[in-house]
Design a protein around this ligand. Structure first.
Ligand code: C2G
Length: 151
């Protein structure tokens, strides 16, 4: 039974997250995932849209995931690897080289990210849609005001 371990925020869960979990699961017999808590993300300077309780439940419900647990600090990985008896530690290649220090306790692997999708891009898209809607409403209210003024 070989275990693969990975970590992430998984905010606004998208196809990039799903494809990574699917590929990681195919590297072993069991996939365990550390999901960053909201407090830990604050330490990372990250504010998520979806709260931790929902993100970890979504990750847990992915059929490629066997276990999901809270990631609360940068330095818990070594203990997690030993606890879960992980053979492979893996991340997307935006983290390449960052966790090579774990190579004394398990194999360290970085997989290519899925192109053209990210939580940041989804947030920007929603913000742009919001701004467009706002502009539309402001134009409508200006027009309405002009009509009222003519009455
Ligand atoms: N990912 C991917 N393709 C994308 C977007 C993300 O393969 N288009 C991968 C990332 O490389 C990462 C995982 O999905 O391995 C989760 O990404 P994030 O939620 O952005 O994770 P992050 O906030 O970087 O947290 O201790 C490590 C941190 O917990 C990593």
């Amino acid at each position: 039974m070989s275990t693969v371990i990975t970590y992430g925020t998984f905010d606004l869960f998208h196809i990039g997250h799903l494809k990574l979990l699917q590929r990681l699961r195919s590297l072993g017999d069991r996939l365990v995932v550390g999901v960053s808590t909201d407090e830990f993300n604050a330490l990372k300077g990250k504010k998520t849209v979806v709260p931790y309780e929902h993100r970890v439940e979504i990750v847990r419900s992915v059929r490629f995931v066997d276990v999901a647990f809270p990631e609360q600090s940068w330095d818990q990985k070594r203990a997690d690897i030993v606890r879960e008896q992980a053979h492979i530690f893996a991340m997307g290649d935006d983290w390449v080289g960052k966790f090579d220090d774990l190579a004394d306790v398990c194999e360290v692997v970085y997989l290519p990210r899925t192109q053209d999708v990210s939580t940041t891009e989804i947030r920007q898209l929603v913000a742009a849609l919001h701004a467009d809607k706002l502009a539309e409403l402001q134009a409508a209210s200006r027009h309405l005001q002009q009509v009222i003024d003519k009455l």
